[in-house]
Design a binder for this molecule. Structure first.
Ligand SMILES: CC(C)(COP(=O)(O)OP(=O)(O)OC[C@H]1O[C@@H](n2cnc3c(N)ncnc32)[C@H](O)[C@@H]1OP(=O)(O)O)[C@@H](O)C(=O)NCCC(=O)NCCS
Length: 171
C-alpha cells in the first residue's frame, strides 16, 4: 500500500459479496431496489473511509441505473472505486453484478455514482488527501468526475429550492 499522503485508486477499492434472501424481495419476487441502494452506500463508504482515513457521510447519489432485475438467490457483488477527489468530497463509482451460484453468466445489473464527504468530529467537511492517479483510464475518469462535480455544484448554486418537489414555492 502507498504512504498515507499518496493513496492510489487501488488502495481504497472495495468489494462486497451478498447472497440475496427472501427478506430482500419486492412484490415481483425480485430484489427490492432499496436493498441494492443500501449496499451501494455501504461499499462506497468503505472506499471513502479507506482513502481519507476519516469518517464520511453520503452527500449525494446520482445516476443510479438498475440495468436488470436481481433474482432472489442470486449472489450480488458490489465493486467500488474512487473516480474523483476534491477538497473534502470524493466521487465513487459502484458497479453491481449478479450471478447464479449454481452457474450461469455474471451480469452487470447496476451502476451508481456516490459522493461522500469526509467530516471531522463536529460533522463539518474536512480536507482529504489527494488521489494519486496511475493509469490513463484513471486520469480520464478523474476528469469526467471533476466535470460531474462541477455540474452538481452548479445545480446546488441554483438554490436548494430547485430540489423542492413544488419548485420551492411552498410557504
Ligand atoms: C455533506 C455535508 C457535510 C456538506 O456540508 P456543507 O456545509 O454543504 O459543505 P460545503 O458546501 O462546504 O461542501 C463541502 C463539500 O461537499 C460537497 N457537497 C456538498 N453538498 C453536496 C451534494 N449534495 N452533492 C455532492 N457534493 C456535495 C461540496 O462540493 C464540497 O466539496 P469539496 O470540499 O470537495 O469542494 C452536509 O450537507 C451534510 O452533513 N449532509 C448530510 C449528510 C448525511 O447525513 N448523509 C446521510 C443521510 S442519512
Amino acid at each position: 500500500m502507498s504512504s498515507r499522503s499518496n493513496r492510489t485508486v487501488e488502495d481504497s477499492r472495495a468489494s462486497v459479496v451478498r447472497l440475496t434472501v427472501p427478506t430482500d424481495a419486492n412484490f415481483m419476487g425480485n430484489v427490492f431496489g432499496g436493498v441494492i441502494l443500501a449496499e451501494i452506500d455501504r461499499v462506497a463508504y468503505v472506499t471513502a473511509a479507506r482513502h481519507s482515513g476519516l469518517n464520511c457521510v453520503t452527500a449525494s447519489f446520482d445516476r443510479v441505473d438498475f440495468l436488470a432485475p436481481v433474482r432472489l438467490g442470486q449472489v450480488v457483488t458490489f465493486d467500488s472505486r474512487l473516480t474523483f477527489v476534491g477538497h473534502s468530497s470524493m466521487e465513487i463509482l459502484v458497479e453491481v453484478h449478479a450471478e447464479d451460484l449454481l452457474g450461469g453468466p455474471r451480469q452487470m445489473v447496476g451502476t451508481a455514482f456516490v459522493t461522500m464527504v469526509a467530516v471531522g468530529p463536529d460533522g463539518r467537511p474536512t480536507p482529504v488527501r489527494p488521489l494519486a492517479l496511475t493509469t490513463d483510464e484513471e486520469r480520464r475518469r478523474f476528469q469526467e468526475g471533476e466535470a460531474r462535480m462541477n455540474a452538481r455544484r452548479a445545480t446546488r448554486a441554483g438554490g436548494a429550492h430547485a430540489h423542492a418537489p413544488d419548485g420551492g414555492n411552498q410557504r
